[in-house]
Design a protein around this ligand. Structure first.
Ligand SMILES: O=C(CO)COP(=O)(O)O
Length: 249
């Protein structure tokens, strides 16, 4: 097991050109340790500007969504091929906001994951339970149902190249983080569930934690054996705070 720590920024529908410039100016000036990978996922219109402004080899750029199709009459959609064309390396797939607001099913998430891998992009596949599902004791059932179509769609080689992000819906944007212990337990479950299909891939895949991660709590979370970094929303829009997390300060 030799997994990198991934610090991924999900700007969601926030930010502008001045944030692109401020963030790249800050990140171009720092050294990212070789065991760490930083990924910035801005809204699609800023992908080109960000890939051009980024000069740090430790920083990669990611999309927030992609189409399951390659090209054609799909107004408003962005394909893996287009992301690749812009030197984008990662793409978030199946964020809980897309699952709940845009009705993305786990089957669609699996198709999008495959479309990303087919173009050599690294998908960051998001899974997570709602507060009600956790209270009802359904967390593991929900996570399994979200994972299974992905596990059924990919071969072992493909699966090894996926990054998963566990984001409990009740912790997103709420300031309520899962405790490091609770997050570790759930990450362990996710890795074991993947191992039931493919032991080797389970060992290789990075599993990020997301949900109110910030400069004050990331160290304890990332120190857990099955937590391989974070997918960060709010705190990734604050240049100084995000820089601290990237530097592991
Ligand atoms: O949804 C998230 C990242 O994808 C988490 O967002 P916050 O860090 O703002 O809670």
């Amino acid at each position: 097991m030799n997994r990198k720590t991934i610090v991924a920024a999900n700007w969601k529908m926030n930010g502008d050109l001045s944030l692109v410039n401020a963030m790249t100016a800050a990140l171009n000036a720092i050294n990212i340790r070789t065991e760490q990978q930083v990924v910035i996922c801005p809204p699609a219109p800023y992908l080109g500007a960000l890939t051009q402004a980024n000069q740090n080899p430790g920083v990669a750029i990611g999309g927030q969504n992609l189409s399951e199709h390659q090209s054609g009459a799909y107004t408003g959609e962005v394909s893996a091929l287009m992301l690749k064309d812009l030197s984008v390396q990662y793409v978030i797939v199946g964020h809980s906001e897309r699952r709940s607001m845009y009705a993305e099913s786990s089957e669609l998430v699996a198709s999008k994951t495959k479309a990303a891998l087919d173009q050599g992009l690294t998908p960051i596949v998001c899974i997570g339970e709602s507060e009600q599902e956790r209270e009802q004791g359904d967390t593991e059932k929900v996570l399994s149902e979200q994972l299974n179509p992905v596990l059924a769609t990919l071969n072992s080689n493909e699966l090894s190249g996926v990054v998963f992000a566990y984001e409990p819906v009740w912790a997103i944007g709420t300031g309520k983080t899962a405790s490091a212990e609770m997050a570790q337990q759930t990450h362990r479950f996710i890795r074991e569930h993947i191992a039931a299909t493919d032991t080797q891939a389970a060992d290789n895949v990075a599993i990020l934690y997301g949900g109110s991660v910030n400069a004050g709590n990331y160290q304890e979370l990332f120190a857990q054996p099955d937590i391989d970094g974070g997918l960060i929303g709010g705190a990734s829009l604050k240049v100084e705070e995000f820089k601290k997390i990237c530097l592991a300060e």
